[in-house]
Design a protein around this ligand. Structure first.
Ligand code: MF3
Ligand code: CO
Length: 265
């Protein structure tokens, strides 16, 4: 069953998702050569708790940290460590929080210092693909319309979509129905209706789509060692489209980089 949220519930979801987006924007500015991913995680947890919220990932199936930090060929679920970031790296930061019984979830991939032209194209295309997925969200659309839009954009750019991880409904649990794949034909799966809340999170590789999980049991990496990017927004279906709950309203503060002016919904 896919839950449709009331106005009061959506207000709570807005609050926690805005908190997550704001903290992610701060982490993004902190992320620089020499900074360790553990320092980012400590800052994230402190900010979450200061706001009276709780980390959503910490303890989830035993995950040990507040953020997932995935560097270069790491796709998702990288564990914070004393590894320092290096000029030219790309870093995916994924964070969830729980406030007043409701969950927020958002991810962004950021360049560290100066990155290659190929890496910056990967970041741009992945975030654009997320926006194409978001643009498919409206009442009456089918869940698979989202993945079809994502895949179309990614493959037109010559990159590939990761199959093993998907987006999800979100609300009073971090992961609810439906699953939101980032690939596949349009016109399948449940119909969206007003009040449904979903997290859309494409993972895109420069090379082949295949991934494997490292011996730590969490970190997913590309099998071919190619770079990978990940962007995620939580959205609520509205009467005529959707509202991006993890989009920051203040100009210039938005966590995204590409197409940030084009989302008027
Ligand atoms: N972005 C992933 C998700 O929303 C992060 C989950 S990490 C975990 O599903 F640690 F909580 F598993
Ligand atoms: Co998610």
């Amino acid at each position: 069953m896919i839950v449709c949220r009331s106005h009061g519930e959506i207000e709570k979801l807005r609050r926690v998702n805005q908190l997550v987006a704001r903290i992610l924007a701060e982490l993004r500015t902190m992320a620089a050569p020499g900074v360790t991913t553990q320092e980012l995680d400590e800052a994230a947890e402190a900010r979450v708790r200061e706001a009276g919220a709780e980390p959503a990932f910490k303890g989830y199936h035993g995950y040990p940290a507040t953020v997932c930090v995935s560097v270069n060929e790491q796709v998702v679920h990288g564990i914070p460590s004393t590894r320092g970031l290096t000029d030219g790296d790309i870093l995916s930061i994924d964070m969830g929080a729980k406030l007043d019984g409701f969950f927020g979830d958002c991810a962004v991939t950021v360049p560290i210092g100066r990155v290659s032209a190929e890496a910056s194209a990967l970041l741009r295309v992945t975030e654009e693909a997320l926006f194409h997925g978001i643009e498919a969200v409206k009442p009456g659309a089918r869940v698979s319309d989202i993945g079809a839009a994502v895949q179309q954009h990614v493959e037109a750019a010559g990159f590939s979509v990761v199959r093993e991880f998907v987006g999800h409904g979100i609300g009073t649990s971090l992961h609810e129905e439906p699953q939101v794949a980032n690939y596949g034909p349009a016109g399948r799966g449940p119909r969206l209706s007003e009040g449904m809340v979903i997290a859309i999170e494409p993972m895109v590789n420069i090379g082949q789509p295949a991934v494997k999980v490292l011996a730590d049991g969490w970190t997913a990496v590309t099998r071919d060692g190619s770079l990978s990017a990940h962007f995620e927004h939580t959205v609520v279906v509205t009467r005529d489209g959707c509202e991006v709950l993890t989009r920051l309203a203040t100009d210039g503060e938005y966590v995204g980089t590409a197409l940030s002016g084009s989302l008027s919904k």
